[in-house]
Write a protein that binds this ligand. Structure first.
Ligand code: GCU
Length: 324
């Protein structure tokens, strides 16, 4: 009898122990919000990151991704992150500049010489410094994602800045984007990404600007039949995490999350290139004309912006330009 009781106690004790450790180990679920759909390359890259984090932390850290702005626009998601209601947000440098001014350096027109320069900046010391600079605002950046070059699109061809005169151009809620469109002669209209399809369709705005995959996957290509590849900016997407969520993890798990984010950003380079080709072909099949304009008048028109920067951003621009 006593032996049976002992065995029973041991069995129950072991079960309780396993149960308790399992529940304390699988405790962390991090909520990630972003505004693209599941077909977008960035969603696929972040899904790969979530898979890696789950495997490497042996289920201790789970990343649950909420696409399509289900949990709010980029701005709202950042506010939720700062309040502790969200842990991770994939936004982009344009909207992050309202939360950490250093990001505005990435939003300057014709700053990057080419794609390799863009990658070298992000993967080097300047990129890392900018990701870290927002700690006092309750978040840090984990990684950048390629988001190509942004160009104008509208219902009519835009061959030069002259053609933007008098047009209401949707921009992201970002002072840099507003300044750029103003310098080019258009009337900037800040709107959240999710509001743009209807705004274009109903003529609330005449034009917008984005990279090719976002233009196509958001359905904007249905309503704007001309895209001018003036490639004015290369604004990276950025994945940020709240310091509350990051600091609550063990150093090992922090390392795993950071590594997985970096791996997903490398994966994104391939996914992005594939997506650009695929979405351009899709848009062409839908009747979109891509225009290759002379970029010189666009470049000249935006130069005054560089004279109006704060000393801090000018210093960052100098560092970016010095990167090989
Ligand atoms: C890109 C970017 C998004 C951003 C969008 C926009 O698609 O990836 O993060 O919200 O541009 O123009 O608002």
């Amino acid at each position: 009898m006593n032996i049976r009781k002992n065995i029973l106690t041991t069995v129950i004790g072991t079960a309780l122990f396993i149960g308790l450790s399992a529940s304390s180990i699988a405790a962390t679920t991090l909520k990630l919000s972003h505004n693209h759909n599941r077909d977008h390359a960035v969603h696929k890259a972040m899904t790969a990151m979530a898979t890696e984090v789950k495997a490497e932390t042996k289920g201790e850290v789970i990343i649950r991704i909420y696409p399509d702005a289900q949990l709010g626009t980029q701005r709202e998601s950042m506010e939720l992150l700062q309040n502790g209601a969200l842990d991770l947000v994939k936004s982009n440098a344009a909207e992050l500049e309202a939360f950490s001014s250093d990001y505005s350096a990435f939003n300057l027109p014709y700053l990057f010489r080419d794609k390799q320069h863009f990658y070298n900046v992000q993967e080097g010391a300047v990129g890392e410094d900018i990701l870290e600079a927002s700690r006092s605002s309750g978040f840090i950046g984990l990684t950048y994602y390629d988001a190509g070059a942004r160009s104008f699109y509208a219902g009519k061809p835009i061959n030069s800045p002259e053609d933007l005169k008098g047009l209401k151009v949707r921009v992201q809620p970002s002072p840099s984007a507003i300044n750029m469109v103003t310098a080019l002669g258009g009337n900037p209209t800040p709107l959240a990404y999710g509001e743009l399809y209807t705004a274009l369709q109903q003529g609330v705005v005449d034009a917008a600007e984005n990279n090719i995959p976002s233009f196509s996957l958001s359905g904007h290509a249905e309503v704007s039949k001309f895209m001018t590849l003036d490639e004015h900016t290369m604004v990276p997407d950025v994945l940020v995490i709240s310091t509350k969520a990051f600091d609550a993890m063990t150093p090992e798990n922090q390392k795993i999350v950071k590594q997985a984010a970096l791996h997903s950003s490398q994966l994104m380079k391939t996914l992005w290139a594939e997506s650009e080709t695929k979405e351009r072909t899709k848009a062409e099949k839908m009747g979109v004309t891509f225009i290759n304009p002379d970029k010189t008048p666009f470049m000249e028109a935006v130069q005054p912006i560089y004279q109006q920067l704060t000393p801090e951003i000018t210093a960052l621009v100098e560092r970016i330009k010095a990167v090989k």
